[in-house]
Design a protein around this ligand. Structure first.
Ligand code: MN9
Length: 296
């Protein structure tokens, strides 16, 4: 079995001119990332516009990624939905496709109680019986996984770890200290080194779609015990990430993939298209990023 660690790209969803999922571009992107040293893929998460896709589209995307990946790198399928049944439907499909693990954000919008959210996770894990990563992203979901709640969740043997998209590294450290057997993925790319220092086993991120070489250097340098070098690479990556955040994370990353010859189209509405000014600034930042990376 593959180990749950390393640098995973939270894949974006490419669309063609008619707004349909562009499976060909997706395959090209998966292969491009494998060639750059990526350790795996997180499919149809926030970055993949999960909640702007139909169930069938999500299933088809996973199948395409699995086909191109061909068992080479880690494959984690995000199956989160507001409805337990819809999430289970995606999860069972993902299991049949042969993913390494499943993951889900907590059900949102209705302000479900902690008990209801816990039950949602238990229903998914017991329904799928395979390694499961709880996706903790309080800023978007409105729900925060506490170390105490994680202790309770761990009564289920299928909990494999947490995707921790938050900046409370005390919480991350507590989770990892109490459950060293779990894998914790850092979620904010701009804070990868901080997450690793607090005990994270790797990172899953949207900007890794375009910054894999620099990001992998942060990870490798940290593991080699060279925090100074890791920080140098984090600085280089963060100059680019700051520009990406300024103009909208997903449209910006799609534009950068466009610079690399992969046409990902726009994000689905209500996401707005990237401005011309944004595109021009991103281009400048991307050229500078590549230069800075080469000089390190
Ligand atoms: O989960 C990603 N968050 C979203 C991780 O997709 C909303 C991150 O990779 C961020 O996009 C990135 C930029 O803030 O850290």
């Amino acid at each position: 079995m593959k180990e749950f660690k390393g640098i995973l790209a939270a894949l974006l969803t490419p669309y063609d001119a008619c707004g349909n999922v562009n499976h060909k571009a997706l395959k090209t992107q998966v292969r491009w990332l494998i060639n750059q040293g990526i350790d795996g893929f997180y499919v149809c998460g926030s970055t993949g516009e999960a909640f702007l896709l139909s169930q069938d589209e999500r299933k088809a995307i996973l199948e395409t990624v699995a086909e191109e990946n061909n068992g080479e790198k880690l494959l984690i399928s995000h199956v989160g939905q507001i409805s337990t049944d819809h999430a289970l439907d995606l999860g069972k499909h993902a299991k049949s496709v042969g993913v390494d693990a499943i993951s889900s954000i907590s059900p949102f919008y209705y302000k479900f109680s902690t008990e209801e959210i816990k039950q949602y996770y238990f229903d998914l894990m017991n329904g799928m019986e395979m390694p499961f990563f709880i996706y903790n992203f309080p800023a978007f979901s409105g729900f925060s996984l506490t170390p105490e709640l994680l202790d309770e969740m761990c009564k289920c043997p299928w909990v494999a770890g947490v995707k921790f998209t938050a900046s409370d590294f005390f919480q991350l450290e507590r989770m990892k200290k109490s459950h060293p057997e779990l894998s914790v993925w850092n979620g904010y790319d701009e804070m990868l080194l901080s997450g690793l220092s607090a005990g994270a086993d790797g990172g899953i991120g949207s900007t890794y779609n375009v910054l894999c070489p620099a990001i992998h250097k942060i990870y490798d340098s940290y593991l080699e015990g060279d925090s100074k070098k890791a920080l140098d690479y984090q600085h280089v990556a963060n100059d680019m990430i700051a520009a990406i955040c300024k103009f909208g994370v997903f449209p910006s990353i799609k534009a950068i993939l466009g610079f690399e010859g992969m046409d990902f189209g726009c994000c689905r509405k209500p996401f707005a298209p990237l401005s011309e000014e944004g595109k021009a600034e991103l281009k400048k930042s991307y050229v500078a990023y590549q230069k800075n990376l080469a000089q390190l």
